[in-house]
Design a protein around this ligand. Structure first.
Ligand SMILES: [Zn+2]
Length: 451
């Protein structure tokens, strides 16, 4: 196999102690990933952390918040005297250990109509290679697949997917619809989604079970639904989350695509209205090019044979999240079945490596399970990626859109590996790609026959 290593330009333009402009490279050398315990409420803790000029919030939960603590903020952080544990001594070193990004010339190795080598799953890769990998997969099962380019991102990249079908022909069955990497820094999601697709392509001709999956459902895989943000994480800032769309009123770039879906968008207490925030919802419902494209495609699937299962893969924390998020008082009409299926998925994921994924409705189960609140009735929705916090902030409208508007039978978000002692959360070594992918594939093999 021919591998050509491509090392991105050394990240040396910006000091960690200086706030970079949006187009500079951001360096995390010397940053520590710190888990801070919540003692007097998350809002209080968040305001204290916000006082640290260069420190970045990663995830917040009911009982703790993970932050990337800048070297220049260490003294101020220590003065706050917050109970905390260091999860990663040097985030910059962990980022270095992820790479270099490996370019993958699979066609030259295996021929145009054969599968790409599964050594793809040994490393992270440049965005352009992900597009080639999808094309290579399509070429390996040409009669049962197509590449989908469903529309352009803000910077003009086509949001690209792979559609697979079985003996009934294209578009003849309900959809299993998979998104990954809406949050640009959640790299593991890209690889896990591709592994799922790879297993279907490689097994269709020789595995009766897998053939049965494809004969029962049309599969739609979109490993990177935020291509601008993902590309930016590879060129400038490993921990970028949003898209890259500017707004006229501010120098801050980016909207959280997951907070921009045109459903319950206007609910107050929702996502941030501040363009500088990581969960900025945009100026109007659905006003990002990415959401327009994804919504149109989703509506098309819904109007066809319908969507049986939708999963939005994120990281980190190991959760299987079910509707509803925007209210704790509402349960899905098929809630018991959803819980049962999530339990099936949880058990299967745990089999290969013992990893436990927590599951439940985004609001009620997880919220209550983590200490909850005495006043949950007015929670507008719940943040999937800044999850389980005592925060009355909205959530991803996406699962609600999928459920209530698109009529998806099961619309879930899955938070993959990462987090906890010794982990930088979003930054996982390449050695984690394969086990993360295998455990989710195990889960899917248990889930799909039960849908
Ligand atoms: Zn996410």
């Amino acid at each position: 196999m021919r591998l050509l290593e491509v090392v991105l330009a050394a990240a040396s333009l910006a000091s960690a102690a200086v706030t970079p402009s949006p187009d500079e490279q951001v360096v995390y050398d010397g940053f520590k990933v710190v888990r801070v315990n919540v003692t007097d409420g998350l809002p209080s803790l968040k305001s204290k952390i916000a006082s640290l000029a260069q420190t970045l919030e990663l995830h917040s939960y009911a009982d703790h918040m993970d932050v990337a603590l800048a070297p220049s903020d260490v003294a101020a952080f220590e003065a706050l005297n917050l109970p905390s544990d260091i999860l990663d001594e040097d985030l910059g070193a962990s980022i270095a250990a992820e790479g270099p990004l490996v370019s993958f010339n699979s066609i030259a190795e295996v021929g145009a109509n054969a599968l790409p080598s599964d050594s793809w799953f040994n490393n992270y890769h440049p965005y352009s290679d992900h597009l080639q990998f999808l094309k290579d997969l399509q070429s390996a099962l040409p009669q049962n697949s197509e590449i989908l380019e469903i529309g352009a991102s803000y910077e003009g990249r086509q949001i690209t997917g792979l559609h697979l079908w079985g003996s009934g022909g294209s578009g003849s069955k309900p959809a299993i619809y998979i998104h990954g990497t809406v949050h640009a820094r959640e790299w593991i999601a890209t690889m896990v989604v591709e592994y799922f697709a790879y297993q279907l392509v490689s097994g269709y001709g020789n595995n009766a079970t897998i053939k049965g999956f494809l004969d029962s459902y049309d599969f739609y895989f979109f490993p990177v639904v935020n291509p601008d943000g993902f590309s930016y994480t590879q060129s400038n800032d490993r921990l970028w989350r949003k898209n890259r769309m500017p707004r006229s009123s501010t120098s801050a770039k980016g909207t959280d695509i997951n907070r921009n879906w045109p459903y319950k968008w206007e609910v107050s207490g929702g996502a941030s209205t501040n363009p500088s925030d990581e969960d900025y919802r945009g100026q109007a419902a659905g006003d990002t090019p990415e959401v327009k494209v994804l919504k149109a495609f989703t509506d098309k699937l819904a109007a066809g044979k319908g969507i049986r299962l939708y999963i939005d893969f994120h990281s980190y924390g190991q959760y299987i999240l079910l509707p509803y998020g925007y209210t704790c008082s509402k349960r899905s009409s098929n809630d018991a079945k959803q819980e049962s299926l999530a339990g099936t998925l949880q058990a299967a994921i745990a089999k290969p490596y013992g990893k436990r994924f927590t599951y439940g409705p985004i609001c009620s189960t997880l919220y209550a399970a983590t200490g909850g609140s005495t006043d949950v009735s007015d929670i507008a929705s719940f943040p999937v990626c800044t999850l389980i916090g005592k925060r009355k902030e909205p959530l991803t409208r996406l699962l609600q859109y999928m459920t209530d508007v698109a009529g998806t039978t099961y619309a879930w978000a899955v938070e993959l590996r990462g987090g906890g002692s010794g982990s930088s959360g979003f930054v996982l070594p390449p050695s984690q790609i394969r086990p993360s992918s295998i455990e989710i594939w195990q889960g899917m093999q248990a889930l799909i026959p039960s849908l």
